[in-house]
Ligand binder design. Sequence first.
Ligand SMILES: [Cu+2]
Length: 174
Amino acid sequence: MKAPISVLLFALSALVAPFALHAEGVADWLAVEAPYARAVPPGQPNSAVFMILENRDAIDHALVAAASDAAEVVELHTHRQEGGMMKMRRIERIELPVGESVTLAPGGLHLMLIGLHAALQPGEWIDVDLWFENGTRKRLTAPVAAFRAPMRASGERDRTNAHVSEGGKDTAGH
Ligand SMILES: [Cu+2]
């Protein structure tokens, strides 16, 4: 009973593939710019991935999950000011408003790599899968690079500094 059904499903999926691809396949509405994972030395359990996500679709989207071959778990994180300190917090989703670019950068939104399988060394590459609310997904390959400031000149500086000063806690705690 099982085999014929799977064969049928296979044939069916071949027929509907072009449509399925559009409905819940690759997130071709998304442009990813400048992705990178922060290099960390051996023994560090966690790191983070940064990038710019541009929604080129005609409707709003949201990033709802992520995964990577480099870590056990990948969480969506942001930084929030709490009691005068910047703290990382897990969030359920990252909104991607239509026509906008959302920056994941040190001191702000990021993908948290938790439980690294190995040290992340500059020059290496890791795979990162992104899942979106509408069922589309995107796989990207991000280079591992040393910490670097976001590309924006002025407004980001304060938040970047806040993250740097938080570095020790970042390492010990989270
Ligand atoms: Cu984090």
